[in-house]
Design a binder for this molecule. Structure first.
Ligand code: ADP
Ligand code: MG
Length: 444
């Protein structure tokens, strides 16, 4: 692109660092976008939106750090839509590129663009692997302004000279931490080499491991930084753990699912194989469960997600790769059947519930082998995770001897069979000390 004509340079100043207080009006967005926002029933900007949209509208680089479910998508979608609509230029190639780690996320981001651009004519196309490129290539022929894609297929189409990115004015790296976890950084670097140097860069992430910080330092030019992330889980999430031996996890899961306090749950497993098998086992037991893991075809993945969204299934058994960042409103429970690989992933997973201020619960099954993970996670979130005792599981000999148990639950007298201490006795009862606003609802 001819840099003199780059509309980025001509953006009107939209705010003088003002954080809007009167809903979306103060952003002075294009009126068709404003109408779409109303139709989407977004009353007030979320904090991350209030903090980042004005700077993004000015054309500045932005780094937005906030927990999952806080509305980061609209924080970049609205400024991009506004810019595209208010600076209509003849374009042969996309004007905005959003990179996201998984197909499900790319799809979800594109849906948010369509929601917020409902009354506009802006076109969004998703590009991801695992499906034939045929429809994606055809869609690109309509010259969409906005591309949402996963790095692998985007790079593939660039290399086939099907996708040109030399007119991109805004690049978004969404879920940057997860893209790093998935090893996408080299692909991202190759893609960035195809983009005009003079562009706006927006980076969003829930956590900020040092590799992501390094990437941010490398690509963001004098960014406006909005950091709302304390790495602790959202206050609307009630989270607890149960100490259990590996061999009794299945039984414990059934016990939890037989309770009546949940209506829609995501169960996380460590491996694809475990996700598949567990979903089958739960279905056999009469639960409406479906597996979602990377070995499924795209069609199967879509059907699983859609079935879960539309409540055909009320249990989604998934691995991290497919479930991160996914927004399904009203998931009441997250069950970590296996602990995640990292403390950060814990926040992500339990962020699937309690999204957008509806209350959710998360329960993690912890075995003796998970001790170091547990310690690191509790350090990260700034306090112990509440231990919950499940009748019949409290004296599991394999875990009660683990360091995880010993360090948090010094044995008190009288814990023989049938005499487990009441909750009020638990030394871990005040897990909320670090976050006193979190009140537990304990009705089970
Ligand atoms: P994140 O990317 O931070 O994990 P999302 O962008 O997926 O979060 O947003 C979570 C949910 O909140 C989505 O369903 C989105 O449509 C909704 N949402 C975003 N902003 C608002 C708002 N201002 N008002 C109401 N709902 C919103
Ligand atoms: Mg997101």
């Amino acid at each position: 692109m001819n840099q003199q004509n780059n509309p980025r340079r001509n953006r009107r100043p939209n705010s003088q660092n003002s954080i809007p207080r009167n809903g979306f009006d103060s952003f002075r967005l294009d009126k068709m976008i404003r109408r779409s926002i109303d139709a989407a029933k977004f009353d007030q900007p979320r904090p991350i939106q209030a903090e980042t949209i004005p700077a993004a509208l000015e054309g500045r680089d932005v780094m937005g750090l906030a927990q999952t479910g806080t509305g980061k998508t609209a924080a970049f979608a609205l400024p991009i839509l506004h810019h595209v609509l208010t600076t209509r230029v003849r374009h042969e190639a996309p004007r905005a590129l959003i990179l996201a780690p998984t197909r499900e996320l790319a799809t979800q981001i594109a849906e948010e663009f369509r929601l917020l651009g409902k009354y506009t004519r802006a076109q969004v196309v998703t590009i991801f692997g695992g499906v034939s490129q045929f429809h994606q290539v055809n869609a690109l022929k309509r010259r969409p302004e906005i591309i949402v894609g996963c790095p692998g297929r985007v790079l593939d189409l660039i290399q086939q000279h099907i996708l040109g990115l030399d007119e991109v004015e805004t690049l978004v790296l969404d879920e940057a931490d997860h893209m790093f976890d998935m090893g996408f950084l080299p692909d991202i670097r190759r893609i960035m080499a195809e983009l005009p140097a003079d562009r706006q860069n927006l980076l969003f992430s829930a956590t900020m491991p040092k590799e992501v910080r390094r990437l941010a330092d490398e690509i963001l030019h004098r960014p406006h930084v909005a950091e709302l992330a304390d790495s602790a889980p959202a206050a609307t999430i009630d989270h607890e753990l149960v100490l259990v031996s590996e061999r009794r996890k299945r039984e414990l899961l059934e016990h939890v699912l037989n309770g009546d306090s949940w209506h829609s749950a995501i169960v996380f497993t460590r491996t694809k194989h475990r996700a598949k098998r567990l979903a089958q086992q739960l279905s056999k037991l009469g639960h409406r469960a479906v597996g979602l893991q990377g070995n499924l075809s795209q069609g199967q993945r879509d059907r699983a997600m859609k079935g879960f969204r539309t409540r055909k299934f009320d249990i989604l058994v998934a691995t991290d790769i497919v479930a991160r960042g996914i927004d399904v409103s009203n998931v009441s429970h997250v069950i970590n059947y296996d602990v995640p690989n990292t403390p950060e992933a814990y926040t992500h997973r339990i962020g699937r519930t309690g999204r957008s201020e509806c209350e959710g619960q998360a329960c993690t099954f912890v075995t003796g082998a998970d001790y170091s993970w547990l310690k690191a996670t509790e350090r990260m979130i700034g306090g112990p995770i509440q231990r919950r005792e499940v009748p019949g599981f409290e004296a599991d000999p394999e875990v009660s001897a683990t360091p995880a148990n010993r360090s948090r639950r010094p044995r008190r007298g009288g814990r023989s069979a049938g005499g487990s201490p009441s909750r009020a006795d638990s030394p871990n009862r005040n897990h909320t000390a670090a976050h006193p606003q979190r009140r537990r609802r304990r009705t089970r």
